[in-house]
Write a protein that binds this ligand. Sequence first.
Ligand code: PEP
Ligand code: MG
Length: 655
Amino acid sequence: MERSTIVRVHEGLHARPATRFVKLAKGFESDVELVKDGKAVSAKSSVKLMLLAVKENQEVTVRAHGADAIEAIEALIGYLENPKAGLDDEDSQPTGDAGPKAAVGSAPTASGAANALRGVAASEGFAIGPAFAHFPPDIAGQGRVLRAEEIEGEIDRFRTAVGAVQARMDHALAQDSLSAGDRGIVAALRDIAADDSLTGEAEGLIKGGNDAISAVITAASTIAADFSAVDDHYLNARADDVHAVGRQICLVLLGQDDVSLENIPEGAILIADDIGAWDLARAPLKRIGGVVCGHGGATSHIAIIARSHGIPAVLGLGGQVNALRTARDVALDGNAGHVIIDPDEATRADFAGRVEAAAKERAGLTVFKTVTPKLADGRIIEVAANIGSLEEIEAAQEAGAMGIGLFRTELLFMRHMHLPSEDMQAETYAALAKAFAPYPVIVRTLDIGGDKPIAGIEFPDEENPFLGWRGIRMCLDRPDIFKRQLRALLRAAVHGNIKVMLPMVSDISEVRQTRVLIDECTVELKAEGVPHASFDLGVMIETPAAVLIAPALAKEVAFFSIGTNDLTQYIMAADRLNPTVAKLNDVTNPAVMSAIEMTAKAGVAAGIMVGMCGEAAGRPDLIATFVKMGLTELSMSPASIQRAKKAIMAMAAEG
Ligand code: PEP
Ligand code: MG
């Protein structure tokens, strides 16, 4: 028997909703299938279900055969028709750090050396130490044709290996030391290991006479290729997960452990083409001096883990990383994204000096933690923190942050398999508000574009994503997503210190349209009897257009926050991620400084607060200039806070 319906699950059957649907289906004895566009798959396999790529508002049919077919259809149709079915649950914790999107400025290191490589500056700091190359060999199939009498034994061997991998993953998930972010990653791998798509495919191949290792490799490649072929960024990324699980099964079959990071020497620099989340979750991170990787960008899993553990990292070296396979020692500059192979004596001394100076400086700056920087005229300059997750609250407080000047909400959206619910967002924003009260917490609304995949938002392919459908532009076109965030912010605003700012504003209508949506949300929350409060609305000044209309914008908003990272790239027409134009990407260029000054003038004239949350806000050499222009808030990575307070105090002392 079968029944058709239109899927109402918000954003369709992505990973988490698919897993739940499967759990529900497995509760029935009957064979259950889901059919879309004439294609039927087992409703008891989350991999197959994900590959069906069922989207919201599509028609599907649930088909069941068996004793409890009626009940199964009833329950599964009910699930599909519930818009909230795919939304968050208890394991949806925000994690990680949005982090820098590009190399940030630092005093030049010996990067011009012939043995220097340039990658993405993914986690700041300097390191020098012995290289620890982590290049696990590819596993090749044995290519053995099994005799008929061997097949049963090979299937048993295979099943035992799968069981062992699942048990390892369950064991890892049970460890308290696993962070919420790492847990989500391992849980996704475990789902794949527990799904009979991969195992079923492999068993079919073994029955056909293939040895277990060849079967696993072929099955993983087939399923990974299916994931790669789906027109959905999130599902494409699952291909790597399938390969990772296949590799683990093969290693057990071979009786080998993966090349382990357990023995990494104290202070060593980990060199790899790619490091799986599974490996990193088990690595002794305290011993790792730095990380250098062929894959990965500033927002990759590796970068997030490195930053949250304070490990300098340079990623995205591509094929250049092969030059490091035989390196003895490596020096890395995580601020500029440079890696130096087997540094000469002068470079060694330079880096050792930097590492030591950084440690010494850190020790000498701690007295500024509790300082409230005040100018000779009595103005207080708020030195706040830029963060992207609740895990970073402690680092910001430890540094002495006077509130949050930029909470990047992208990570809430990027680290999950579905869009974050209103409740989950409201809890996150409220936790921030409580942690920093009475200081303000400025939450930036979703600032994302087609250059980064997000489960649940389909971005068009664009020639120039940085000039495309991103930030406030995308949010205004997707009021379903935007209103959920605004409602969550209105709810968190009952704590009194939440402020909200809009990214990528280039036209005054964007502020006005946002206000209409805020009003709609307020009316809805009131009608629903949900506690809420209003918040100050500000804008980021990060497009040349915003600078040019700053006097008009200042009349409509409560504050400006200058985003120098984007403002510099847009004023100078120099891609912030492109190392070949890095020289132009300079905030001190007179064109950029004059844009900052124009913004400050417009804000000061209108009597609104003008702050800055781009990387330049944390530069001690520029702080006096910004403060003289009239800026009263500077927001930066926690690591820069004490140095910035010191610079302001020095300026105040000079009078
Ligand atoms: C900026 O552009 O300066 C900024 C702070 O935002 P992001 O780096 O997140 O684009
Ligand atoms: Mg920006």
